[in-house]
Design a protein around this ligand. Structure first.
Ligand SMILES: Nc1ncnc2c1ncn2[C@@H]1O[C@H](COP(=O)(O)OP(=O)(O)OP(=O)(O)O)[C@@H](O)[C@H]1O
Ligand SMILES: [Mg+2]
Length: 480
């Protein structure tokens, strides 16, 4: 049943007699009140429909030189969203079909109209219209979730070819939407066998959920993700689609890695301090004993041996002091300092090493007035470790290192890029670990220290590398 509130009806009809008949039939419908507006000309009707004020419209098919279908077209263009019913004198199938195609919800033959038919037509049309509106708003709502989701949401066919995919995919994989719509999910998988497993599992079970998969972006960078997918059948033609969500874990993994490294570093420095402390006690005993012996044995022949013991004890003591100093968590002396001047100081400190290898350090600074709150000495060490690694990675004479910087919003970026040997795949997850080195005289502490310093400054450090081509370290800091 219709609700009892008044339904506003607009009738466009150029024949007054037909209007009167229509009005009388409408009046006879019980349980509802209608307010009928009658318009007899096409032009006035156009003006009126644009206002979109009525709950239902009835258009006569013949309106002078124009037809009800023209008016229908006009309504569609002006965004009228209430139901429209076409009235005509002749039961013409073609007009009927055309009217429906244009968006009319019903079609009534004037000679046939009676109270019951009109009431039913109005009731169905309004109900159907309400349902359509609900459907539209739910479609808008779900489209919104689809488009705004941070996760990648896609629809693919059975072969994994994308049929629809949201904007997050562009951000995550670096392809444009139109490129993605010409691709299949297999193109993103690093391991194609994994992809085959996914396609066969979803086909068998109707759903798929992965722990972790490795996908590649347009530049070949690895993205650690989870994929959950389900089969979706469309009702009309029973076609099968796969609907999936890709969740990016790369940042989480990186954060986890940073925490693990920081913990390892903390444990390593604790061990170093304990060890250093324990070495000092026996060392003091050795020194005391040597002093005692020196007093007792005045023989000149033994003097060089006493000197050797004393020199080496001092050396051990100095090393121990250095170890304790270096493993102490540094107290930061934070100031507002210019990014450019830190970079220039760093390069100055590395200049000798670069000159000895006869390699170039090129600069491209675009951070003239950018300042960061930082401990200048620590930050310089962080950049110096990266720069020294770059110098060590390149060939004599042909090595080129580019130090560049830029800013965006309240962030600045520092990039240190070399054309050296690159980092082997199996080493890539380890280079920030304390004591990881593949250099004969390396300690493996440079990058661990750089990372810890950058993290203390709430910045980020990352790298890209390609074997034999080179490596690029990127540091991001907040500016003030
Ligand atoms: N620019 C680079 N190019 C190639 N490999 C690099 C580069 N930077 C770092 N690495 C790799 O990462 C490892 C760790 O670097 P890190 O600076 O932590 O230690 P290290 O240089 O070996 O020793 P040190 O403690 O003397 O710095 C290096 O041994 C090297 O294998
Ligand atoms: Mg190093």
């Amino acid at each position: 049943m219709l609700q009892t509130n008044e339904i506003k009806v607009l009738l466009v009809e150029d024949d007054e007699d037909d209007y009167i008949i229509f009005k009388d039939i409408l009046k006879e419908i019980k349980n509802n009140s209608y307010s009928l507006t009658w318009i007899s000309s096409y032009d006035k009707a156009c003006e009126r429909v644009r206002k979109n004020e009525h709950d239902i419209y009835f258009f006569d098919y013949l309106l002078g030189a124009k037809t009800g279908l023209d008016l229908l077209q006009e309504c569609v263009e002006s965004g009228v969203d209430s139901p429209i019913i076409i009235l005509t004198g002749l039961g013409n199938q073609q007009t009927d079909l055309k009217a429906m195609q244009l968006g009319a919800v019903d079609y009534l033959v004037k000679d046939d109209i009676n109270v019951e038919k009109l009431e039913r037509s109005i009731r169905y049309s309004i109900e159907q219209n309400k349902m359509l509106k609900r459907l539209k708003s739910s479609e808008t709502k779900f489209r919104g979730i689809f488009e705004n989701s941070h996760d990648v949401i896609f629809l693919s066919d059975k072969e994994g070819r994308f049929v629809d995919i949201n904007e997050s995919a562009e951000r995550l994989f670096g392809y444009s939407r139109s490129e993605l719509l010409n691709m299949a999910i297999a193109d993103l998988y690093e391991n194609k066998k994994e992809c085959e497993k996914y396609l066969s599992q979803i086909q068998q079970n109707g759903h798929y959920s992965s722990f972790e998969i490795v996908l590649l972006d347009k530049s070949g960078n690895k993205k650690y993700c989870t994929l959950t997918a389900n089969i979706q059948r469309t009702d009309e033609n029973r076609e099968v689609y796969y609907q999936g969500i890709i969740h990016d874990l790369t940042m989480r993994k990186k954060a986890e890695r940073d925490i693990i490294t920081a913990e390892k570093l903390a444990i390593a420095s604790k061990i170093a301090r304990t060890l250093a402390h324990e070495v000092r006690n026996p060392l003091t005993n050795i020194n005391l004993s040597v002093e005692q012996l020196e007093e007792d044995i005045t023989d000149e022949d033994h003097k060089p041996y006493f000197d050797i013991i004393k020199r080496n004890s001092k050396r051990i003591n100095d090393l121990v002091t250095e170890l304790i100093e270096n493993s102490k968590p540094a107290a930061l002396n934070e100031e507002l300092i210019s990014v450019q001047s830190i970079l220039q100081n760093t390069i100055e400190l590395a200049k000798d090493r670069a000159e000895l290898k006869n390699i170039k350090i090129l600069t491209d600074f675009n951070v003239l007035n950018k300042k960061v709150v930082a401990d200048e000495a620590s930050l310089t060490i962080a950049f110096l470790n990266i720069l020294i690694n770059a110098i060590e990675a390149v060939q004599e004479n042909t090595g080129v290192i580019k130090v560049s910087s830029g800013s965006e919003g309240n962030k600045c970026y520092i990039s240190i890029e070399d054309n050296g040997h690159g980092i082997e795949e199996s080493h890539r997850t380890k280079i920030f670990e304390p004591y990881f080195t593949n250099k004969p005289n390396g300690m493996g502490l440079g990058l661990a220290a750089s990372q810890s310093i950058i993290n203390i400054h709430k910045g980020r450090i990352d790298f890209e590398t390609e074997l034999t081509k080179g490596t690029r370290f990127l540091v991001e800091l907040s500016t003030f």
